[in-house]
Design a protein around this ligand. Structure first.
Ligand SMILES: [Zn+2]
Length: 80
């Protein structure tokens, strides 16, 4: 079973969480508002390795947090 570590509640079952987005969401080099929305919605890199994401602990403390997840192993850690 996949487990996620919330900085407030500790390690909990994956089903308690809701995925937010990659973080940072859109590069600062894209300044046009329409282009930023397209980049956010459709231009994912599909990285094999550590990525930084935003998650929401929906069935727990109901707080957003940033986590680093290795897409190859689903190992979680907190960003530096
Ligand atoms: Zn929590």
């Amino acid at each position: 079973m996949l487990r996620v570590t919330c900085p407030t509640c500790g390690t909990r079952p994956y089903e308690e969480f809701r995925y937010g987005s990659l973080f940072p969401v859109t590069p600062d080099s894209i300044t046009d508002p329409d282009a930023r929305q397209v980049d956010h919605a459709w231009m994912q890199d599909n990285v094999a390795g550590p990525i930084t994401e935003r998650w929401f602990h929906e069935a727990g403390c109901r707080r957003w947090f940033t986590a680093v997840r290795d897409t190859r192993t689903d190992a979680w850690s907190q960003p530096d």
